[in-house]
Design a protein around this ligand. Sequence first.
Ligand code: NAD
Length: 458
Amino acid sequence: MTSTDRYLDLVNSGVTQKIAKQLGLPRPARLRRAADRRPGAPLVDGPVLVLGDGPDADALAQLLSGTSPDRKGWDLDVRRHAAEGTRFAAVVLALSEVQHPGDLAAPLLALGPVLKTLAPGGRVVSVSRPARPDHAPALAAARQGVDGTVRSVAKELRAGSTANGVVVADDVPVTAPGVLGALRFLLSARSAYVDGQLLAVDSAAGSLPADWDRPLDGRVAVVTGAARGIGAAIAETLARDGATVVAVDVPAAGEALAAVANRVHGTALQLDVTAEDAGARLLEHALTRHGRLDVVVHNAGITRDKLLANMTPDRWEAVLAVNIAAQLRINEALLTSGDLTDAPRIVALASTSGIAGNRGQSNYAASKGGVIGMVQATAPLLAPFGGTANAVAPGFIETDMTARMPTLTRQVARRLSSLQQGGLPVDVAEAVAFLASPPAGGVVGQVLRVCGQNMVGR
Ligand code: NAD
């Protein structure tokens, strides 16, 4: 997949690279993406430093290195101390046992010098516990401090490196499937455009896949809006991970839809998701053609931007109908069908506009904020079946949707993130695939931003 960001190409080649450096211009790096790597490539390209003390740090180090008592692990080259001259590919900050803000000093100050030589596309991932109001103030301060410091480190990193965190509920071991799944995702090239995010793992639910490269083997997934853009990338990524995909889109997109379905060896279903019986038709197609339905990705979405002062009812209603009302109606049909009982997964596309707001998008932001509320309230309904509902909130992604933006607005939007560039559809797809995967069973009702740590809004 090629980027349409010509500035990124310029600052990564020849003489223009030097000029950009001399002028102090933003120099977005080419990101380390899974799609660009050879099959079977290692999780990270070099040694991994595990910083922190205590049983959790030891357990994580053993797991990463494959030296745990059950010998199950990832066979990475793990070090517990930084040695001068070692170029680390990743650093895991084991901070789950901090009790007082003072406990953050040793691991963070040890991280500092390592960052100077972190490999391009490097990873910093913290593992910590959530702060709660009923904690002793010092404990809550230490834990919440992790949030601020990780987000700051993310803003300091360059060369396509990222910093993210996994926040593990107190009663969940750091070796639970959800933690391992999240850690693996955040260390890997699959999380190229996820930056400055802290992902909560709230339960020990979920299971480890037999093959980490094909975690969705045997699962059947429906992807709406799959004829192009992010939806097409989601269909391809879920299929790469082993899923059988039902690609859904409006009849007008039938040709492109058929091409995607053929490419992923799945089936196509021409369907307007706003149809009254959309849920029943999705289910019927999945069951008759593939025998089951496990994953539903609500990706179909539209924009009809206007300042609220000029908003018309048809613009407002069209956006709300596709982006949230259809998802609610489809979920209702699926949940009452009694057919989604084997650890089902719902993943819905929100947007950073639904979190931070965006001028001219009051209708779109209402729908995307709505998606966040919807997954939070839907997750408990799926929990009895070991299921989850989560949202992915993309920032600026290079698609037909954003290609229609005015040139200057588009350029500014690209640079206003820690990674100084827009994401690609596949970056969003990777996050969806992670949330759809069996290890992510402990990630419930979350919003995972795929925005390169966009600096607009909160
Ligand atoms: P896109 O316009 O390129 O593709 C959307 C697809 O949805 C199209 O194939 C379209 O035909 C289909 N669709 C629209 N209405 C439908 C309906 N009623 N029934 C079935 N299919 C329908 O959009 P995209 O950029 O790929 O965005 C995909 C999702 O990601 C959307 O939900 C969007 O809001 C969200 N998103 C995108 C960005 C971005 O930067 N591109 C940012 C944040 C969120």
